[in-house]
Write a protein that binds this ligand. Structure first.
Ligand SMILES: Nc1nc2cc3nc(NCCc4ccc(C(=O)O)cc4)[nH]c3cc2c(=O)[nH]1
Ligand SMILES: [Zn+2]
Length: 374
């Protein structure tokens, strides 16, 4: 019996968006929601208390990275990831499929699993559906992801078809390995690239295995936004309406709104935290590169429409100064604001769905963010 359940609260009359609530052993969270990424058991530069304070209820961590460092045995001996990193909210772990393909050069995909090189040491490694399940079990995440192949974009129809069929066989192996062991939730990942019939094949295979939740994989891999939106349009209706729908690797404000409009409930991306460390902030008026010289004497907040702790207490001039001096506190301030901004955006999206006006909200947000310009 899975400990992950989804409560559909209402569907937006204006769009395909929906308001929901996901229940996990480490608390519940409203959807649509954004999950801050904590790849190496930390959301870079943030403390668990700060994440809690901004109402982050679920974070993402990575099987592949924690397997390499510090090793899943150390995390298991610590009592699991929640204990290890002092986070009592929900944790979702990605299965390693994507990380192997995006980080490791030498790799060989076989039926039994993937042979590749450790991107840090160069040593040969092997990851299989069963191994990915064992690592996630040691980490003790609330939501585990099935081990899949995230094909490159673009990929030929023939390559994509054989990859989807193998990912479906791997999903079955994950389920078998999972059922033998433990009661964490396990989500299936729908693949198929931009091919509607292959997305349908993947969805049918996975839905027949009755996972408690489903992700859409194989997107946010360099395809144009209109391709992503088209794939979402014909894929989300294939997913059960009584289970969470998770779009992997998506984190720009416009993509979050467009994904929610098409019925996505959960998102994750390193974008907000990664650009923060480059001195770039998300604001209601678009992106702001706070390290630019023009902000040297700008004593206003990053975003005058933001009520976060950073915007209330620190100026663009001060943050620019810290970033230019490579001061860690500067990266903490930009990271805090960017995560707060996206979590706040998802709260506004939920309110707009509750008021059946997400389409209008999209127009208003895109206009102010500068996205409607031709
Ligand atoms: N198991 C699995 N995991 C995935 C993770 C993903 N993450 C993405 N996109 C992330 C894109 C991405 C990468 C880096 C930055 C940055 O550095 O800012 C931003 C966005 N697409 C993804 C697809 C999959 C997938 O099919 N299967
Ligand atoms: Zn702010």
């Amino acid at each position: 019996m899975t400990p992950i359940t989804y409560e559909l609260i209402k569907t937006c009359k204006q769009t395909g968006a929906r308001l929901g609530r996901v229940h996990t052993p480490h608390g519940s969270f409203d959807t649509p929601t954004f999950m801050p990424v904590g790849t190496l058991a930390t959301v870079k530069t943030m403390s668990p208390e700060e994440l809690k304070g901004m109402n982050a209820n679920i974070i993402l961590s990575n099987t592949y990275h924690l397997w390499l460092r510090p090793g899943e045995d150390i995390v298991r001996e610590a009592g699991g990831l929640h204990k290890f990193m002092n986070w009592d909210g929900a944790i979702l772990t990605d299965s390693g499929g994507f990380q192997v393909f995006s980080l490791s050069d030498m790799r060989e995909i076989k039926e039994e699993g993937v042979h590749f090189r450790n991107h840090l040491s160069g040593d040969k490694l092997f990851l299989s559906p069963e191994k990915a399940m064992d690592i996630q079990n040691a980490l003790g995440s609330d939501i585990m992801m099935a081990f899949d192949e995230c094909p490159p974009y673009p990929a030929t129809y023939d390559y994509m078809k054989s990859s989807v069929e193998r990912t479906s066989r791997w999903a079955e192996r994950c389920l078998e390995a999972h059922q033998r062991k433990h009661d964490q939730g396990l989500f299936g990942i729908i693949q198929g690239g931009e091919y509607e019939d292959l997305r349908r094949l993947s969805a049918q295979d996975l839905v027949s295995l009755d996972f408690p939740g489903y992700a859409i994989g194989g997107l946010s891999v360099g395809e144009p936004k209109d391709v992503m939106n088209r794939v979402l349009e014909f894929t989300t209706p294939l997913m059960p309406s009584n289970k969470p729908r998770y779009l992997m690797g998506v984190g720009s404000p416009d993509s979050l709104i467009d994904g929610a409009l098409r019925g996505i409930d959960m998102f994750d991306c390193v974008l907000p935290t990664r650009i923060a460390r480059n001195g770039t902030c998300m604001t209601s008026n678009g992106r702001l590169v706070v390290r630019n010289a023009k902000y040297a004497r700008d004593f206003g907040p990053i975003d005058e429409n933001c009520d976060c702790h950073v915007c209330k207490n620190y100026s663009r001039a001060y943050i620019r100064h810290l970033i230019k001096c490579n001061e860690t506190f500067g990266f903490r301030l930009t990271t805090y604001h960017n995560l707060y901004f996206l979590l706040k955006l998802m709260e506004q999206v939920r309110t707009a769905i509750a008021e059946d006006r997400l389409g209008d909200f999209k127009e208003e947000f895109f206009e102010q963010y500068g996205l409607n310009k031709p």
